[in-house]
Ligand binder design. Structure first.
Ligand code: HEC
Length: 126
């Protein structure tokens, strides 16, 4: 009888350590932090950095009047801030082809970083 309990105890300990091991391997990856400042040594502004991106990538549809189903223009600073309040940064950083902007696909990371830097610096106009 004593041996039986000893065996049960060993099995119990073995199960416990097995569980611990599998917990370690399923530790979640850290989420990317959207509030990081990709370029802390630079002040990114709409006039100097962001307008050219909007003109090249967005204004084709987000013009006035907007075309191809786009809901509002993105031609000026004021219009782009309206876009910011309607999730512009989330839409540009989205990894889902269902809601990324532009609809043709996520822009290169260097371009995304300029937008994230603009956000980190406070969406300045100039
Ligand atoms: C080919 C046309 C096209 C281009 C280019 C385009 N968009 Fe859009 N955009 C749309 C359409 C259509 C919608 C509405 C459907 C949707 O929300 O997906 C939209 C919606 C949005 C919205 C959400 C508006 C809301 O109120 O829900 C944002 C923000 C946005 N676009 C930003 C951008 C930015 C920033 C760019 C450039 C990087 C861009 N778009 C390029 C067509 C375009």
């Amino acid at each position: 009888m004593k041996n039986f309990f000893k065996k049960m105890l060993l099995i119990f300990i073995a199960l416990l350590s097995f569980n611990c091991g599998s917990d370690d391997s399923t530790e979640p990856e850290p989420e990317p932090n959207p509030d990081t400042n990709p370029n802390p040594n630079k002040i990114t502004t709409y006039n100097a950095d962001v307008k050219t991106i909007m003109d090249a990538q967005c204004v084709r549809c987000h013009t006035d009047p907007p075309v191809e189903g786009a809901p509002f223009p993105l031609r000026t600073y004021a219009e782009t801030i309206i876009g910011v309040n309607r999730d512009l940064v989330l839409r540009m950083t989205s990894t889902s082809i269902n809601n990324v902007m532009p609809p043709s696909g996520r822009l290169p990371q260097e371009t995304i970083d300029i937008i994230l830097d603009w956000e980190a610096d406070g969406f300045l106009e100039q």
